[in-house]
Design a protein around this ligand. Sequence first.
Ligand code: CDP
Length: 224
Amino acid sequence: MQDIIIAIDGHSSCGKSTLAKSLAKALGYTYIDSGAMYRAVTLYFLRNDIQAEAGSRVDAALQDIHISFNKRNETLLNGENVEEEIRQMKISRYVSEVAAVPSVRKAMVQQQQRMGAGKKIVMDGRDIGTVVFPKAELKIFLTAKKEIRARRRHTELLEKGYESSVEEVMENLQHRDHIDSTREDSPLRQAADAVIIDNSVLSREEQLARALELARQAGATDRL
Ligand code: CDP
């Protein structure tokens, strides 16, 4: 038995954070939502009218951006709790453009690697198994049919009180998936040694059970 790093990657809105959170809880590990970090950077850019392109304004802004998480896994931008705001469509519309800027990625990846230095983490994102932790002991590539992903995200936004249409959400997922998969720096792709889980027809319990089995095979001990 050993402490391990678990990387969960996949397309937009396929349930990575739900799985990552429950897996981290079952193992007594820390959950880190790398997407929240790109969302927080995007919020900072929007507030300060910074364009998503390589250049000195972006580099200066990155010096001024400090992202952390509180005990409830909520995202803090320079100490301010921005968890609610970063989940809104105004951020989703712009985040993939921001996340494609190499200096933004470099700054986030450095921070993510520091967070994983002591192992015992579950991190979800797009490039965790390929770039951030290429040596992660367990890599999962999560996937689901796009209609199911759009419906789930639409319901999630409604539950939080944000109006949107399924069509608008679907369009946003496709837009982000396209940019995330075709950008030059660290595109979203499945690591050669990742295990695919398609959760289109799996319940939350079923996907957790499958991931826990994989974590045990990779050497982790769970608390259940
Ligand atoms: O939850 P959802 O799948 O909608 O997205 P997210 O994980 O919150 O990530 C938001 C965006 O951040 C993605 O669409 C990517 O553009 C970017 N991202 C990234 O480039 N690399 C990561 N490791 C995580 C997110």
